[in-house]
Design a protein around this ligand. Structure first.
Ligand code: ZN
Length: 288
C-alpha cells in the first residue's frame, strides 16, 4: 500500500533506492550546483544526503501544465528542501505528500479585506505556495534560479511547512523537540523584530518617488538597505519564511540587524550558516 495512505514512511527499499540514486556520480555535482550548499562539512553533507533521499522516497512530484519533472529537477528541489531540516527530524515533513511543479510563475486567486471592510478578489502570479496539510507548489523557473540567487523559493515554502506544524502558520514553528526554546520568548522576539522591520519599511517608503511603482524592479534600490525582502512585512508567517531564506542563503545583514532573532533561528534550525561563510560572504569549500 502507498506509504502516505498508511501514515508510514516509505519502505526501506524505496529509501535505499533513493539513496543509491544520490551516488558519487551525482551527489558532489548536486551540492556544487547549489551555491549555499558548498560550505557544508562532510558530516553535514552526508546527513543532507540522507534527508534528500527521504524526501525523494516520501514525496510524489507532479508536473503541471505538461511539465515533465525530470530526476534532476526532483533532486534539485529535494536537496534544497532538505537543508532546513538538516539538524532536525524528517518527520517534520510528514503529513502531506505532493510537490506540484509549474514551468514558471502561476496564478492564484486571492481574497483580501481592506480597512473599510471591502473584500477584494484578484488573481496574483506567484512562485510558490504551501498549503496546510496539502501540497507544496513551486515554479520550476524560480526553484532553479534559487540555486544561485539571494532568494530561495524552495526554502521559503518548506519553512512554511515547518511553521504550519503545531498550531498553524503564525511565524512560530513547532517547538516540541526544542526544550531550549521558550515559545513565549519566540513570540516576543519575533513580534519585536517584525515591528522593527515594519518601522524601517515605513521610513523608506516615503522616499520612493510617486512615479516609481514600489512593487517594480525600479524600486529595488530603495529597499537595498533592508536586511530582508519587503515581502517579509506581510505578516509573521511570511516574516519567518523570508527570514529562513536569508538565514540559509545570505544571513549577514539579518544577523547584524537582529542578533537575537538570528540566534533564535540558529537554535531552532540547529545550524549556524554564518559560520559557513568567509569574510566576503562566500561559502567556504567543503571542509574535511
Ligand atoms: Zn510565503
Amino acid at each position: 500500500m502507498l506509504s502516505w495512505l498508511t501514515g508510514r514512511d516509505a519502505s526501506d527499499q524505496a529509501l535505499n533506492q533513493a539513496l543509491a540514486s544520490l551516488d558519487m556520480r551525482v551527489w558532489p555535482a548536486l551540492l556544487d550546483q547549489h551555491r549555499f550548499l558548498r560550505g557544508l562539512d562532510t558530516r553535514e553533507a552526508e546527513t543532507l544526503r540522507q534527508h534528500t533521499a527521504w524526501i525523494l522516497a516520501n514525496k510524489s512530484f507532479h508536473g503541471a501544465h505538461d511539465l515533465r519533472v525530470t530526476p534532476g529537477m526532483r533532486r534539485s528541489i529535494a536537496v534544497q528542501a532538505a537543508l532546513p531540516i538538516l539538524g532536525l527530524d524528517t518527520s517534520l515533513y510528514r503529513g502531506w505528500t505532493q510537490i506540484v511543479v509549474y514551468p514558471g510563475g502561476f496564478l492564484v486567486p486571492r481574497t483580501e479585506t481592506d480597512e473599510t471592510g471591502v473584500v477584494h478578489e484578484y488573481v496574483q502570479e506567484t512562485a510558490g505556495e504551501s498549503w496546510e496539510g496539502g501540497p507544496v507548489i513551486l515554479s520550476w523557473e524560480d526553484a532553479r534560479a534559487s540555486a544561485d540567487a539571494q532568494a530561495n523559493v524552495v526554502i521559503h515554502e518548506f519553512a512554511h511547512k515547518l511553521d504550519q506544524r503545531d498550531g498553524g502558520a503564525d511565524g512560530m514553528p513547532g517547538l516540541r523537540a526544542h526544550r531550549d526554546l521558550d515559545p513565549r520568548r519566540w513570540t516576543e522576539v519575533l513580534n519585536r523584530t517584525f515591528d522593527d522591520f515594519n518601522a524601517w519599511l515605513d521610513e523608506i517608503e516615503p522616499l520612493i518617488p510617486p512615479d516609481v511603482d514600489p512593487e517594480s524592479d525600479e524600486a529595488t534600490g530603495w529597499y537595498a538597505e533592508l536586511p530582508l525582502d519587503p515581502y517579509a512585512a506581510q505578516d509573521q508567517a511570511e516574516f519567518f519564511a523570508v527570514s529562513s531564506e536569508s538565514f540559509f542563503i545570505e544571513p549577514r545583514a539579518m544577523a547584524a540587524a537582529w542578533p537575537e532573532w538570528y540566534q533564535l533561528l540558529v537554535q531552532y534550525y540547529r545550524q549556524d550558516p554564518l559560520s559557513r561563510l568567509d569574510d566576503a560572504g562566500v561559502p567556504r569549500p567543503v571542509r574535511p
